[in-house]
Design a protein around this ligand. Structure first.
Ligand code: FES
Length: 125
């Protein structure tokens, strides 16, 4: 039912944890099931220098969170913003159709973390 990549990222998730000195934090709940994800980013020269996540959710949510951190590490904020839930699902060789909603968490939390960073670092009006 799950691809080998999904199982690998579920059993050995990359970049789990917190960044105490994060520049941006995004927290997202999945309205479908109530699962929650928190994503931390460290930004240098407009690039994601480090990213960590905590996901209180199902295996598919953990696998997509893990894969998403690998996809955006080192990318500029504009590039990272263009990473969609579809990109993440494809990088995992697909998700079962009834688990596609689980991939929303990672992409939405990432967008929130970038928004949080931009709000905190907006030039004074
Ligand atoms: Fe909640 Fe997968 S069932 S994110």
């Amino acid at each position: 039912m799950y691809s080998e990549k999904v199982m690998d990222h579920f059993q050995h998730p990359r970049n789990v944890g917190q960044l105490p000195d994060a520049d941006g934090i995004g927290e997202m709940g999945n309205p479908v099931c109530g699962d929650i994800m928190k994503l931390y980013i460290k930004v240098r020269d407009d690039r994601i220098q480090d990213v960590k996540f905590q996901t209180f959710g199902c295996g598919a949510a953990i696998a997509t969170s893990s894969m998403m951190t690998e996809l955006v590490m080192g990318k500029t904020l504009d590039e990272a913003e263009r990473v969609t839930r579809k990109n993440v699902a494809e990088a995992l060789d697909g998700l079962p159709p009834n688990k596609m909603h689980c991939s929303n968490l990672a992409a939405d939390a990432l967008h929130k973390a970038i928004e949080d960073y931009r709000t905190k670092n907006a030039p004074p009006a």
